[in-house]
Design a protein around this ligand. Structure first.
Ligand code: URA
Length: 290
């Protein structure tokens, strides 16, 4: 038999490189967890026999160990309780309450920073509230922060953010003349798609943010933003380029232009011309609205 081989630095480096190429860029725990070792197999669990169990022939034991005997039994090992907080309706109700009671953007940011009802907050580094000018005529809403946004605490600062800046510049706008936020303000781990429940919990915050900014025009970047804020289940390729309306809780109707997400455009550059048309529509609308 060969002895266990010592840890090979090159193997570890290769493993890390593999994780990085697979998109694993987050360590959720300080120590690795062996999930296979965590829960004892059912047969190994120390299970007390039922009170009416018949003692096997030859056995002198009673059906249940007496307290004194029980003290000598090995302790029942329990798997550590993994608190995967499942968001529930109470959290969505709390989010709605916090959102509606915020009377300014600063208050809204504070309420969101203090809110612990969304799982995503537990793994995110920062709350990504907004960037740009809250007095702007245009508000853009994306889906959720990625890695760069999570690190900086600002929306659209990574690769797709740089493309977004170029798209804005193409119609004469920048972050001093536009306001940018996301439906989800905390980065989903590994950039996974937010669950419908996470979206429902965060929805009151972005809806209130739009209401407080009260832009002349809303731009929905990508399908998730359009579906969440325009109350539709249509796909973004059908939605884009057509004016819709986002209606705030207080009944204000804001013209909304769904368009393609910059991250999608990076993957599908042939569709940049479609987004360009959508941005020209926005430019014309702004001019018409004065
Ligand atoms: N994608 C988004 O939807 N939002 C960001 O902030 C960054 C990338």
């Amino acid at each position: 038999m060969t002895a266990a081989s010592p840890i090979n630095r090159q193997d570890l480096a290769d493993l890390l490189a593999f994780y990085a190429s697979a998109g694993v860029d987050e360590a959720l725990e300080d120590q690795p967890v062996n999930r296979f070792a965590e829960a004892p197999k059912p047969a190994e669990r120390a299970v007390a026999p039922p009170a009416d169990a018949v003692a096997p022939p030859g056995s002198t034991s009673t059906s249940r160990p007496e307290p004194a005997d029980r003290a000598n039994l090995p302790p029942v090992t329990r798997a550590p309780l993994i608190t995967a907080a499942v968001p529930d309706e109470a959290q969505a109700a709390l989010a709605r309450h916090l959102a509606t009671t915020a009377t300014t953007l600063d208050e809204l940011r504070q309420h969101m920073a203090a809110f612990d009802g969304c799982n995503l907050k537990a793994t995110a580094k920062n709350l990504v509230f907004a960037d740009g000018n809250p007095e702007a005529a245009v508000m853009l809403v994306g889906e959720a922060p990625g890695r760069d946004e999570d690190i900086e605490g600002l929306p659209f600062v990574g690769r797709s953010g740089r493309l977004l800046d170029r798209m804005l510049a193409a119609i004469g706008l920048d972050r001093t003349s536009a306001y940018i936020a996301n439906v989800i303000p905390w980065r989903p781990p590994g950039n996974r798609t937010p669950t419908p429940h996470e979206t429902e919990i965060c929805r009151p915050f972005i809806e209130r943010q739009i209401e407080l900014v009260n832009p002349k025009v809303l731009i929905n970047l990508g399908g998730p933003s359009a579906k969440t804020l325009l109350n539709t289940s249509e796909g973004i390729l059908r939605l884009r380029g057509n004016w819709r309306v986002h209606t705030t809780a207080s009944g204000i109707a804001i013209p909304a232009m769904p368009t393609l997400h910059p991250a999608y455009l990076l993957r599908t550059p042939a569709h940049k011309k479609l987004a360009w048309r959508d941005f020209l529509e926005v430019k014309a609308k702004l001019r018409a609205l004065g």
